[in-house]
Design a protein around this ligand. Structure first.
Ligand SMILES: Nc1nc2c(ncn2[C@@H]2O[C@H](COP(=O)(O)OP(=O)(O)OP(=O)(O)O)[C@@H](O)[C@H]2O)c(=O)[nH]1
Ligand SMILES: [Mg+2]
Length: 563
């Protein structure tokens, strides 16, 4: 007897069948539910009665054994086969009515005497039609009662005890339920003692091969009464323990639950999901056009930086080139949707090429394959079906994810503004220098004395010990000759210096802009990855995960019911 009580086992089996819905074979689930229903129904009926069914091929002697056990000629054994077409019940003890109704046996005989052997109170003995009958109705009636009886007594005769119809059709499906199956070799009065022993040994072997090792096998003669005491004792024991009903149901539930456990397959390795996720994300990022967008962010950031920090007089050239981010419809300014309708925002990314699309689909399929490794085909199929729904929604969801990801920096970097101010200051210096030179030119043109123009003396090269060379200063040590200090008038200095510095600052800014653009692209990639991961989780990982979780629950419940 198992430690788990029948009610808990029934609940576990029902639970497993519920989790397996839509995932495992319908016939398997139906038979598990039928067993659970039977357990509930039988559990609500007389616990005092043990239902013993006599089943077997026609002519094996079921009706004869029935009469012998009852001690009365209730059933009519016949010479013409098959004889018994409707089940017949003999019952001992009060309150068997509802149970017989549930069994659907209208022909019933209340027995007044003591229960066949001794002190047990309730027993329902059923004489069934032949199980392998040529008459279909007989077979169906017999099968229904074989399913509902608490204890099954298979009556076989010396001619047909090894029949495939019995072993393949009836005993093998009862595998694992040895404690509720008794196999009786009837008509042993027709055999010599040695023959009977050999036949019983052979029958034991066959029964064990059917998966019923440990099932009791008895030799019997309904005619002479040989072995009848053993059978009666066995029935009494079963009835007295009042456990046959529970034992039968437990055995049936165990078998149904084991079939579910097997159908579930093994649990996939715990870390398989994490390993498969990276590959899935990679394929979805490609499908979503993340590399294209990241490159556009980089190019756009560089373009913006140049527009802000380039040499003011040539900045416009950069603007002639199209804004790569705008081309994809991904400029923040372009992505404003009416309030609450952010779902309307789309990118202008080219629709993923069929190749990329199918790469994403195969990425999803590979993911499912990896995470369902070892899972039964039926369940893997269910997971794949869930993922397939995700695949259909992926292109749109990915596009939306990209469209809603922040790609640009919130505000313009400070150094852009600083450089901009510097650049315009330098341009202003150039302008001032030019104006000054123009005034000087005018003076000279009009032959007027030139106004005093300050000059800037180029500092001596460092290492010479002096920064400023005055006229008439001692000659430098390098060549021993007097070196005229180089003097530049301020207006010229303003023009040339302004131009030179402006270009220099623009060049340095270019380098900084490239570095900044790379950083921004990296940040955008991180955010895009997070968005794609969210889509992958929502459309693929969670649904597939739910399937696997259901598998885990189904398996766990079935394992409990099978324990
Ligand atoms: N010698 C001998 N004959 C038996 C024994 N049991 C039954 N018979 C005979 O075998 C024949 C068939 O017996 P039944 O009891 O009608 O067999 P059944 O299994 O009920 O047959 P169906 O109702 O057709 O399924 C009858 O003629 C019985 O007299 C036995 O132990 N020894
Ligand atoms: Mg009969």
């Amino acid at each position: 007897m198992s430690r788990l009580d029948l009610a808990a086992r029934t609940a576990a089996l029902e639970n497993a069948a519920h989790e397996g819905d839509g995932r495992l074979a319908p016939e398997l689930l139906a038979s598990a539910r039928a067993v659970a229903d039977r357990a509930r129904e039988r559990g609500g009926l007389s616990a005092d009665h043990t239902v013993v069914a006599l089943a077997g091929a026609t002519g094996s002697g079921k009706s004869s054994v029935f009469n012998a056990v009852a001690g009365a000629d209730i059933a009519v054994p016949g010479v013409r086969r098959p004889t018994t077409s409707h089940a017949l019940a003999a019952y001992w003890g009060q309150g068997a009515g509802p149970l017989l109704d549930w069994l659907d046996v209208p022909r019933r005989h209340e027995m007044s005497g003591p229960v066949p052997s001794g002190d047990a109170t309730g027993l329902v003995l059923l004489d069934l039609p032949d199980h392998d009958s040529v008459v279909v109705d007989h077979r169906l009636r017999a099968e229904a009662l074989v399913a509902r009886a608490d204890l099954l007594v298979w009556v076989v005769d010396p001619q047909k005890y090894a029949d495939a119809a019995l072993h393949e059709g009836f005993l093998k499906p009862l595998a694992g339920r040895a404690d509720v199956v008794v196999v009786v070799l009837n008509q042993i009065d027709r055999l010599k003692a040695g023959e009977a022993r050999a036949m019983l040994t052979d029958l034991e072997r066959l029964v064990a091969a059917d998966g019923l090792e440990g099932a009791r096998v008895l030799g019997l003669s309904a005619t002479t009464g040989q072995g009848m005491d053993d059978l009666r004792a066995l029935l009494t024991k079963a009835a007295r323990r009042r456990e046959a009903a529970t034992a039968r149901l437990v055995a049936d539930e165990r078998a149904a639950a084991s079939a579910l456990v097997e159908a579930c397959g093994s649990q996939p390795p715990a870390r398989a999901g994490e390993r498969a996720r990276a590959a899935l994300l990679q394929s979805l990022e490609d499908a979503a056009g993340v590399p294209t967008v990241v490159e556009a962010v980089r190019a756009a950031a560089r373009r913006d930086a140049r527009a802000a920090t380039g040499w003011p007089l040539t900045r416009w050239i950069g603007r002639l080139r199209r804004d790569p981010l705008r081309r994809l419809g991904l400029r923040d300014t372009e992505r404003r949707a009416p309030r609450g309708r952010e779902d309307l925002v789309r990118t202008s990314l080219p629709a993923p090429a069929p190749a990329v699309r199918s790469a994403a689909a195969s990425g999803v399929r590979q993911y499912v394959q990896k995470v369902t490794d070892g899972v039964s085909d039926a369940w893997a199929l269910a997971a794949r079906a869930r993922a397939q729904r995700g695949i259909d929604d992926l292109p749109d969801a990915l596009d939306r994810a990209v469209a809603s990801t922040r790609l640009e920096a919130g505000r313009r970097p400070l150094w852009w503004r600083a450089v901009n101010v510097l650049q315009w200051t330098l341009i202003a210096a150039v302008g001032a220098g030019l104006a000054w030179l123009a005034v000087l030119f005018l003076f000279s043109y009009l032959r007027l004395p030139a106004p005093p123009t300050p000059v800037w003396t180029v500092p001596a090269p460092s290492g010479q010990g002096t920064d400023v060379v005055f006229p008439g200063a001692p000659p430098g040590p390098s060549d021993g000759l007097g070196v005229d200090p180089f003097q530049i008038p301020w207006p010229t200095l303003l023009v040339l210096g302004g131009l030179l510095l402006g270009v220099l600052v623009a060049l340095v800014s270019r380098v900084l802009a490239a570095v900044g653009a790379r950083r921004r692209a990296a940040a955008a990639r991180r955010r895009l990855r997070a968005s794609v991961a969210e889509v992958a989780d929502r459309l693929v990982r969670l649904p597939v995960g739910e399937e696997l979780a259901a598998l885990g629950r189904c398996r766990a419940a079935a394992t409990i019911a099978a324990s």
